[in-house]
Write a protein that binds this ligand. Structure first.
Ligand SMILES: [Mn+2]
Length: 316
């Protein structure tokens, strides 16, 4: 499989590397590393939708600032490589069209739910990050990792493991991190990834945390994000990331959730410690993982909150 991928890259004259819509550190780090490896004949596509910012935090990654977007994308590619893109629905608009019509497509990913929608699928479900999958692909192919490639791969692994905290972090993940650490300044990378946040993001998150509501003897913690609050802080979509995790991190809290008012109903994010979060999300046709799930409730925010809290209380 590794040989097939390398041959496909070699044989192609124009290559497009696609990151998932509203990209994170893993997909961008992998795209950057892959572009550093392939060189001139590859372009990176960054897709942004709704109220989401260009990922400025990651502009330190090589080539990210020179990437294509959905408006200046053309159809000149004979190979498309999707990195960290769990399903074809994470490729949108014109890009989806180009992907579906391309001569050759490769999917490199770590999501268990990835159905393998490419012509070649290099999917290792359950591995910590696509960064780890891509490192292994390079290593198995005897490709020398340069410092530029290491910067992308390390950022991908660091951010997708929550700084090596999540369950999917293994001794192999640390071995990879160790070998990458010989090529880059890891503390500098951590600073670039985590100490570069917009002021309003911190103010918005602090506001929501200080207005959190606790019930069931502090076993449940939640906060409401209304359109009014979003406007007050000019909050982008990505500003809500991490709020639910902060509420869950409080000692004694078993279920944390965030309800966010949107144009298409109220979006709920649920984070739990032991309780199966998917059982709550599924009541509202949502889904996810055991400790992190989500759903949408087609009601006004106050009604949605009443309905949702009743359901959550039934799981305590
Ligand atoms: Mn990922």
């Amino acid at each position: 499989m590794e040989k097939e991928i390398l041959k496909s890259i070699e044989d192609s004259s124009r290559i497009l590397i696609i990151t998932h819509v509203n990209p994170d550190g893993d997909t961008l780090g992998c795209a950057s590393a892959l572009k550093s490896y392939i060189g001139e004949k590859a372009d990176i596509l960054i897709q942004i939708k709704d109220n989401f910012n260009f990922p400025n935090t990651y502009s330190f990654l090589p080539h990210i600032n020179n990437s294509k977007n959905l408006s200046n994308l053309n159809n000149e590619y004979d190979l498309i490589i999707a990195v960290d893109v769990a399903s074809i629905d994470r490729i949108i608009d014109k890009a989806k069209n180009i992907f579906e019509k391309a001569q050759n497509t490769i999917v490199i990913d770590h999501h268990k739910t990835n159905s393998g929608y490419g012509k070649i699928n290099y999917i290792k479900g359950g591995i910590s990050s696509t960064g780890e999958v891509l490192f292994d692909l390079f290593e198995k192919s005897n490709i020398e990792i340069t410092s530029d490639m290491a910067l992308g791969l390390y950022s991908a692994i660091l951010t997708d493991t929550g700084c090596f905290k999540y369950e999917s972090t293994t001794s192999h993940t640390f071995e990879i991190a160790s070998s990458l650490s010989k090529l880059i300044n890891t503390s500098n990378v951590a600073d670039l990834c985590y100490t570069n946040k917009p002021k309003n993001l911190i103010l918005f998150q602090n506001y929501l945390i200080s207005n959190a509501i606790f019930c069931a003897n502090d076993k449940i913690a939640y906060t409401l994000i209304t359109k009014e609050i979003i406007e007050k802080f000019s909050a982008k979509d990505e500003y809500t990331e991490g709020i639910c995790e902060t509420l869950r991190s409080i000692s004694g809290v078993e279920i944390a959730f965030v309800l966010k008012e949107t144009n298409n109903g109220v979006k709920a994010s649920i984070r739990t410690k032991e309780i199966d979060a998917t059982r709550i999300a599924e009541k509202f046709n949502g889904g996810g993982h055991k400790r992190a799930a989500g759903c949408t409730i087609k009601e006004k925010i106050n009604t949605a909150c009443d309905i949702f809290i009743k359901e959550v209380l039934a799981h305590i």
